[in-house]
Write a protein that binds this ligand. Structure first.
Ligand code: HEM
Length: 479
């Protein structure tokens, strides 16, 4: 370690900081961010270092990205939901899949998704009646789920969106409740023990080690995996994805969507072979989940913030009103400049992904401190976005932080709702287009009178508004 001492977060007990990490997560993340650029916490016996400063985050996620992998905890908890999809895979598999999927997110391709974004918001507009009382978080989930369904899976309707949404809530709730439990620390210790025995055992035992090692990639030591409610939720999600895969196999038409791409992949790296059904399912599940949950949450927060700032709301309304009656049917960033700033500011105040967990693959220096191989780090996105030296008056909603001049002035990696570096969100431009297009389309035809109560963020797998964002719908048909 370096000469300067890394501060330790106060309040640990024999379980370390597990209790605070699990039950007091957001306040804890904020407190830790104020303690220093790198801060030590503990989960049972095991140190976890919080990275709270833009420079240190940049060093880890960009400059020294090769020295890190995602923390195996993520892989373990998402094993049944997302398997070896893009979010959870590593090494050559990750590289190959990222290369394969990148064309779907190319700027020219993104333009073709605008009709799905605008179209699904229009469908919601048609569905909603004047005077309806709605939860905007549920509404935006329906929209975002249908957008990703149409854009990436070429699925015409998502009428079962509510059922899928509920299933996902159960499955992600399971993940969330187990993130920072002692069982997780125990499973990580077991995993690392098998890793450390690699190459040190006689051949017949090494085979056993490899099998135990593979089994430990799933949540075998985490209680509740076989809970019937969780199993049922996973079946519902799998059922929808498999139905889409079967449909695509039955009609291998000239489509360019995600599933067709995955099913037709004959990458040189695949030895000219197709991708296994399991891999297709993992990628499809990953894109389906990652592609809507986060955007839906950010949209709900945008409505909440706008309801509390009439001046900002009027500016978004003015941009929406400048479009024809159907709202933005094509994407022109200039015409959505202010709405985009609002969406970005919502992502700062309520980043859907609050932490980026990493594990060192080798001894490494971060923020001037030396750390051994296998050290676990949490890049504290939430805490950093609310640190006053990174974002002055951090609790104030201020879309002007995202004018081009202010964006250019901000230190690198001080705003990282999509992560940064090689593992940056593959859907970041998709989301930054979808958020403003959906906001403007809805506000072109509807006004939402959000109920005047404080809504607290709740850490789920994403940072959801606790209890939802309830509003009364007013139709603006007369405009
Ligand atoms: C506001 C919306 C979104 C937010 C805040 C968000 C956030 C993130 C973050 C923080 C990561 C990186 C995690 C890490 O480094 O540990 C990530 C990765 C990823 N996101 Fe997003 N995301 C959003 C929208 C989307 C959309 C629309 C899609 C797809 C359509 C998507 C698909 C993915 C995938 C596949 C990865 C893994 C990429 C890789 O590791 O190569 N996300 N996202």
């Amino acid at each position: 370690m370096s000469a300067t001492v890394i501060p330790t977060a106060p309040g640990e007990n024999f379980l370390g900081h597990g209790h605070q990490l699990q039950y007091d997560r957001l306040p804890f993340f904020r407190r830790v961010a104020e303690l220093g650029d790198v801060v030590a916490t503990r989960m049972l016996h095991r140190p976890i270092y919080f990275v709270n400063a833009p420079a240190a985050a940049h060093e880890m996620l960009v400059e020294k990205a090769r020295s890190f992998e995602k923390s195996p905890g993520i892989r373990i908890l998402l094993h049944d939901l997302a398997g070896q999809g893009l979010f959870t895979s590593e090494g050559d598999l990750w590289k190959r899949q990222r290369r394969l999927l990148s064309p779907l997110f190319h700027p020219t391709q993104l333009q073709t998704y605008v009709s799905a974004m605008n179209g699904e918001a229009l469908r919601a507009r048609e569905r909603l009646r004047d005077g309806d009382r709605v939860d905007l978080a549920a509404e935006t989930t329906r929209i975002a789920m249908s957008v990703v369904g149409r854009a990436l899976f070429d699925a015409r309707t998502f009428d079962e969106a509510d059922e899928l949404g509920e299933a996902l809530t159960i499955a992600l709730g399971w993940v969330n409740d187990r993130l920072a439990t002692p069982f997780m620390a125990i499973q990580l210790a077991a995993l690392e023990m098998t890793e450390s025995l690699d190459g040190k055992l006689p051949p017949f035992l090494d085979d056993v080690r490899a099998r135990v090692r593979a089994a430990l990639d799933g949540p075998v030591l985490i209680p509740g995996r076989h809970d019937p409610t969780v199993r049922r939720a996973l079946e519902v999600l799998d059922g929808r994805i498999h139905a889409m895969i079967d449909e695509r196999r039955a009609h291998p038409a000239d489509r360019k969507d995600l599933l067709t791409r995955l099913l037709q992949a004959r990458d040189a790296d695949l030895g000219g072979e197709g991708m296994s059904d399991k891999q297709v399912r993992d990628e499809a599940n990953t894109l389906f989940i990652a592609g809507h949950e986060t955007t839906a949450t950010a949209l709900a927060w945008s409505f909440y913030l706008l309801a509390r700032d009439p001046a900002a709301r009027a500016k978004v309304q003015a941009e929406a009103d400048a479009f024809g009656p159907d709202g933005p049917t094509s994407y022109d960033p200039e015409k959505l400049a202010y709405t985009t700033r609002v969406f970005k500011e919502a992502l700062r105040l309520y980043p859907p992904v609050i932490v980026l967990p990493r594990r060192a693959l080798e001894p490494v220096q971060i923020g001037g401190h030396a750390f051994p191989d296998r050290t676990i780090f949490f890049v504290n996105v939430y805490g950093m976005h609310l640190r006053r030296d990174c974002h002055p008056e951090p609790d104030r909603f201020d879309p002007a932080r995202f004018t081009p001049e202010n964006e250019a002035r901000r230190p690198k990696s001080a705003w990282i709702p999509f992560g940064v570096g090689p593992r940056v969100c593959i859907g970041n431009h998709f989301a930054l287009m979808e958020g403003p297009v959906v906001l403007a389309t809805l506000m072109r035809g509807l006004s939402f009178e959000v109920e005047p109560r404080d809504v607290e963020p709740e850490t789920f797998a994403t940072l959801r508004p606790k209890g939802g964002v309830w509003a009364r719908v007013r139709r603006l048909d007369s405009r």
